[in-house]
Design a protein around this ligand. Sequence first.
Ligand code: PXG
Length: 447
Amino acid sequence: MRTPDTPPMTDIGLDHYWMPFTSNRYFQQHPKMITQAKGAYFTLSDGRRVFDCLSALWTTALGHGDPRITEAARKQLDTVDYSPPFQLTNPWAHKLANRIAAMAPEDLNRVFFTNSGSESIDTAMKIALAYHRTRGEAGRTRFIGRERGYHGVGFGGISVGGMVGNRKMFSSLMLPGVDHLSHTHNPKEMAFSQGQPAWGAHLADELERMVALHDASNIAAVIVEPIAGSTGVLVPPVGYLERLREICTKHGILLIFDEVIGGFGRFGANFSCQRLGVTPDLITFAKQITNGVVPMGGVIAREQIYQAFMNGPEHAIEFAHGYTYSGHPLAAAVGNAVLDIIEQDDLIARSRALEPVLQESFHALKGQGGITDIRNFGLAAAIDLEPIPGKPGLRGMRVLEEGINQGMLFRVSGDTVAVGPPFISTPDELRLMGETLGKVVHAVPAA
Ligand code: PXG
């Protein structure tokens, strides 16, 4: 079904938009365009309607087109459409910062706004460096990331990130002084785990080896996603994050949790770290804070980190960093509306209540169609597929196409299929998602 104001796709030239993270030539042969978004469903320009299995890009768990968000945005545009963020501000950004601080754990209560996850990582890394320097520990410049980590695409983020495809072209400009912990996914020890795997806490001890090698006085921060999202929902082993926390505390190293996916309910708590019971020193967020409707991200810092910057003359800028759109009034108004809806509709409890349904529907696929692993935590799950021999990624691409034919927009990365459905999903929708994934996997075999 096409709405009257949507031109047919054939009328739109496809030549000029260089699409991000896309096989552009394949796309030109198999174009897919979203022309309608409502609730938990997208409609494509050819009329196919699909369930939004990944909440768009881990962004839109409240569903698309919630009139309360639309109204908040409309009202904001009529009031203050833009306000410059340096040396003055707007009330909506302050209100949102106050609310985010109240949702965050312990004394993480100072919120710095950005426009994306990538900018949030850069910002957190700068805060870490400047924090140590301002306290007279200027030698603490090294960062420790983790293999298979995704921290966006800025030079900071790809340096601490652990995805070779995102790094290899840019190695000449990668930040110096970065080490990577091993990733925690070992199918031999943990395949088909439900929730947190029992094996693997000892992998955090690698951090002690890095400290022994470099000396703690040279290390600024460790950055990890508590649950690695875009590399296929890698769930931390029981005790692993606790151990990282312990070692960081012991050596005065800041612990940064990248909660760009984990913020605002995806894992059944405000932030995934609260569900997992481990508190970092800095949290990065983005995506769900605005339900994806307007770009926004940010960093939440412990009080003591913020206070370390509050020195020097009072008229001086304490942290020479910020974006033209930091605390944008439209994004802030939408963020406030999103938090209102999360509260009013009790959506974090709903996300938590849906978790066992998702777990059951995914783990029911065990033993089918060359599925080599199934993982889940919170309202997120992934399966790994046996690849087509010699053609890694092709089976995944076919799953994407066949999924759309069968009414499901799965997120496919290589031969891994991930889902992170909207919090407004019904249990039946989640069951159908699992059943359909089973059918799709059978329809596109590895051999
Ligand atoms: N950190 C994490 C943990 C992310 O998941 C970013 C940083 C970067 O955010 P921006 O807003 O700069 O894109 C992300 C982004 C996927 C997928 O398929 C996930 C992301 C991006 C693209 C694909 O899961 N997350």
